[in-house]
Design a protein around this ligand. Structure first.
Ligand SMILES: Nc1nc2c(ncn2[C@@H]2O[C@H](COP(=O)(O)OP(=O)(O)OP(=O)(O)O)[C@@H](O)[C@H]2O)c(=O)[nH]1
Ligand SMILES: [Mg+2]
Length: 295
């Protein structure tokens, strides 16, 4: 019996949802960072085995959304849940259950779900992990609970077996070699944003978006030429992103180029431009264009 289904990976910001998607696939599709609210849209990852195909959706972290950008982000979580055959709910040592989380538990009511307690190496002892598990189970009837330490590669195979168990029987939707429905362009723009998040401080990562303007493969040189634009909201942010004598932008460019080269498995020439798009995080039309390039 072949099994297949849509599985959304949800949870509070920074618990390790995107790390989990990458670990399940064995490929880097989703960007990750130490800072919360890294993922801004649903990101598809497909894992095909001999008798299963799992279509995962990594989602933005559950948080109280006051600003327009955050509202668009959290609306994506609901979209993912609606289309899901199963939910993987990830938590960490903080074990946060707040009003927002409870609202999502309501939406997950009839969907078979697994609780993942990640970052187990950060818990004091087994007792503390057990308490987190019991707390979650008192709020939602998870079918399974899986402890993981994604950075130590622990619990991933066990989680995978549980996911396969709870998805229904169904067809193979995608060819087995396809690992995502995201475009190369989108993933490259995200890899650049990942380095911007890593290098820039305070609120700047939240005001940044990246768009690929041009991507060309030159066969005679075996190199990709990529031109990307980094959007910020104001002049002062543009100056910080560029840095003194362009030093910051250069460093970000080098880091991003290396990670794009690893992704494309090819040499890359990366050209970065910084532009101002006033208050783009407050304008829905721009948010839609800039956070996901599936126009
Ligand atoms: N200590 C520890 N850190 C982890 C583990 N798994 C993931 N992380 C780290 O936790 C941070 C957040 O990981 P992400 O995968 O970006 O988290 P996320 O849930 O996708 O976050 P948002 O996209 O902001 O909602 C990163 O720095 C990861 O390296 C783990 O098992 N142990
Ligand atoms: Mg994420």
């Amino acid at each position: 019996m072949f099994k297949s289904g849509y599985i959304s990976i949800i949870g509070k910001p920074n618990v390790g949802k995107s790390t989990l998607l990458n670990k399940l696939l064995g490929e880097k599709i989703a960007i990750t960072s130490k800072k919360p609210q890294t993922t801004r849209t649903n990101i598809c990852g497909i894992l095909t085995g001999k008798d299963y195909q799992l279509i995962f959706f990594d989602t933005p972290g559950i948080h109280k959304a006051n600003k327009t950008l955050n509202k668009v982000m959290t609306s994506k979580i609901q979209r993912a849940i609606k289309d899901s055959d199963a939910v993987v709910f990830v938590t960490d040592e903080k074990g946060t259950i707040d009003e927002e989380v409870l609202a999502y538990f309501k939406m997950m009511k009839d969907i078979p779900s697994i609780l993942v307690i990640n970052k187990i190496e950060l818990f004091q002892d087994e007792k503390e992990i057990k308490e987190t598990e019991e707390k979650f189970l008192s709020y939602f009837p998870f079918k399974y609970v899986q402890k993981t330490s994604l950075i130590k590669n622990e619990g991933i195979t066990e989680l995978l077996s549980k996911i396969i168990e709870i998805v229904p029987s169904g067809p193979q939707y995608y060819p087995p070699e396809q690992i995502t429905t995201e475009t190369e362009r989108f993933i490259i723009s995200e890899l650049i944003r990942e380095k911007l998040i890593e290098k820039l401080k305070h609120e700047i990562p939240y005001s940044i978006a990246v768009q690929i303007e041009d991507i060309k493969y030159r066969q005679e040189r075996d190199v990709y030429y990529i031109k990307a634009v980094i959007f910020v909201e104001k002049e002062s942010q543009k100056m910080i992103v560029i840095g003194e004598n362009g030093k910051m932008l250069k460093e970000i460019g080098t880091m991003a180029r290396k990670s794009i080269e690893a992704f494309l498995n090819c040499r890359v020439f990366l050209e970065l431009w910084v532009k101002i798009k006033h208050k783009w995080t407050k304008k829905e039309e721009w948010i839609k264009k800039l956070i996901h390039q599936r126009f």
